[in-house]
Ligand binder design. Sequence first.
Ligand code: NAD
Ligand SMILES: O=C(O)C(=O)C[C@@H](O)[C@H](O)[C@H](O)COP(=O)(O)O
Ligand code: ZN
Length: 369
Amino acid sequence: MTRTVTTETIDVTLGERSYPVWIGRGLLDDHARWRAAVRGRHVLVISNHTVAPLYLERVSRGLDGLKWSSFQLEDGEAHKTFANVGHALHALSQLGATRDACVIALGGGVVGDLAGFTAACWMRGIDFIQMPTTLLSMVDSSVGGKTGVNLPAGKNLVGAFHQPRAVIADIGTLDSLPEREYRAGLAEIIKGAAIGDPELFTWLELHADALHRRDEARLIQAIAAKVRYKAGVVARDETEQGERALLNLGHTFGHALETAGHYTTLLHGEGVAIGMLLAARLSERLGMSAAADTERLGALLHQVGLPTCVPAGFDARQLLALMHLDKKNTAGLLRLILWRGIGQAEIVSGVGESDVLAVLDEAIGVHTR
Ligand SMILES: NC(=O)c1ccc[n+]([C@@H]2O[C@H](COP(=O)([O-])OP(=O)(O)OC[C@H]3O[C@@H](n4cnc5c(N)ncnc54)[C@H](O)[C@@H]3O)[C@@H](O)[C@H]2O)c1
Ligand SMILES: O=C(O)C(=O)C[C@@H](O)[C@H](O)[C@H](O)COP(=O)(O)O
Ligand SMILES: [Zn+2]
């Protein structure tokens, strides 16, 4: 029996480049809905070795009459590389893709970021459609047009702003998503609330257990709320000239942790969870926020099963060096997203290294005391 679930539609408003984000169960099979976003004859579906066997066939049924092929990455953050963009571009050339071709990103944020960047590069920019299959990619990476890949030196150091034509978030795909990946997605929902939506934060506190056990109605509400929040920020500041940088709360610490862990120790959402708490502690140390807010954030992250401590084996000075490569920094100064409390994030330039190190040392010292 098929369950009937509401489909939410949220528009990302960017003039003639505006696009819908559809959230609901069974959307991959709703070919009439998403096929309209494919304008030309050629389609390259970019996916990976885990997701393609699960969902590519359902997508391919909507591609009848088109010339299409698929390019599949090996699984994992370590494969979000420039070399793989080259391979994906080669797949487009093998397909004979013309300027009206379309790339479909079928997978999590790794696939989405790489596929979007490939689309931005081919013939200086072709259409792409996001079909996110992780909670994190539904609530964050598929929306807003940040695309790119990692370099050995750091996360997302190469990329482009390139908006999709549509986002198709079929929540039925989450049925096969491992628990740890699901929780990592909750981190980016909590992040949105912590930055600028205190009511959503309180709602998440109330419904944390329901979300933890994947209650579908609550989950759709949470996904829609986060997407609505992010869509608003992106519409006001598409290319991160100001406000959009707030979406990076926890990421300067988080990206450094991911990179130092060679992209295998921590998932992106886990790095963000720990990073948000470190940013909250740093804010507290700088007299910007109260301990009670840090505690609320830590309690919510803990309640949904996210890590709240830096795992053993990290080095504070190495993390600080990696933080210096963050794209938000200017003129050699650390520029971080800190906060004044729940729902009030701020961009702070010239944060002192000694304060950052003190927070890192304290977090890492937990293992050595
Ligand atoms: N562009 C942006 O605005 C933005 C925002 C947030 C994160 N990101 C990026 O997104 C990436 C993280 O994305 P992610 O958390 O989705 O990780 P991911 O893409 O690595 O996917 C997580 C894991 O789940 C598997 N998977 C995906 N869908 C599945 C499904 N339906 N069933 C079973 N397994 C499935 C994948 O194969 C992978 O092993 C990072 O590279 C991060 O930097 C980008
Ligand atoms: O959309 C944005 O803007 C974000 O910052 C969302 C982040 O959650 C995401 O991880 C993004 O990829 C980080 O971008 P970066 O510019 O710090 O590389
Ligand atoms: Zn993120």
